[in-house]
Structure formats: structure tokens, C-alpha cells
Design a protein around this ligand. Sequence first.
Ligand code: ZN
Length: 204
Amino acid sequence: MERIACRHCDNLIELPKRVQPKQQVYCPRCHSFLFEQHRFGTQQSLAYSISALILLLIAIWFPFLTLDASGQTRTISLSEASLDLYLQGFWFLAILVLMFIIVVPVLYLSLLTVLLMARKRVFSYRVAVRCAKALSYMTPWAMADVFIVGVLVALIKVIELADIILGTSFWAYMAFAIMFVITTQIANCYQLWTWVEEIKLRDS
Ligand SMILES: [Zn+2]
């Protein structure tokens, strides 16, 4: 019998031996949604993770958007957005933006890729445990979808003041956000430790 703790009320919940694909798990005490078991294999999960990472790298590299207001044109990229905030004196905000839209997702996807590759025997059980621990801490801080909502709201306001050309990075980040949300759903905490457990059984 496996047990997990509810992250909302700390209730210890006993899980059935194997949670079936598409089955959703709720906390019996506070009724919070805990996770849904997916039917994705290692190969598919790896494909989602690597695709999200590639899309994010494209989004970092290319221009995000171009603003054209009264003859003045300005093109900004994702990394320049936090640099600009820093130069204007909002250094704390600059660090937060850089962390949550670039650093945490890159780290998260890289660690998940390593964990999934451990299932393919590229890395050892020890590496898989370290990755799973780090990923469990990082999951609540992965907020790419929140950033997208923020950008869309900001765009609605700016669109009245300036002409906006959406760059390659914008579309890449949109696609990345979708892939990233799916990836974090697949690699929920229960799934992460199920993968680790399977690697342990295989290696022992
Ligand atoms: Zn609960």
C-alpha cells in the first residue's frame, strides 16, 4: 500500500497498489485535486520534455515582440525584458522574472529529461532520486502559463498605444507554455516517484 500526503491539508492518503491511467485522485478530507494518472510512456514523456526545452531555447534566442509608437521602434527579447527591469532599478522584479520564465523552466525540463533518460539506463538510480527530489521542489514554482496570461493582458492594454509585431519568440513561448503544462501534468509528484521506484527495482 502506497501513501501520499495531501499538499493542502497534510492528510495521509493510502493509494491503491496501481493508480489506473485517467484515474483522478482527490483528498478525502479537503476534497482537493491531487493528481491524474496519465497513460504516457517514457518515450512520449521524453518527447514532450525535450520539445518544450527546444521551444523555450527558441523563445530565449529570438525577438519576443516589436513595438512601434509615434515613429519609434523597439524590439525586445525575453532576456532583455528582465535586463530592462534591472536597469530601471527594479532588480528584485528582474530576478523574479528571469527565474520564473527562464531559469526554473530550463532547470525543470533538463532535470526531467535526465530522470527519464535514467529510465532508459543512461543515468543511474542515484541520479534519478536527486532529479526527482529537485523536481518535487520546483513544481509549484513552474509558472510559464501565468506569464502567458500576464503578457496577453498587457498586450490588450498596449495595443491601443502602439503597433505590435509579435516575434518568433512569442509564438515559440506560447507553444512552449502548452507543452510545459502538459509535461508538468504527466510528471506529477506521484508519477515522478513511481518512475524512481521502477528504476530502483530494475537496478537492484
Ligand atoms: Zn487534503
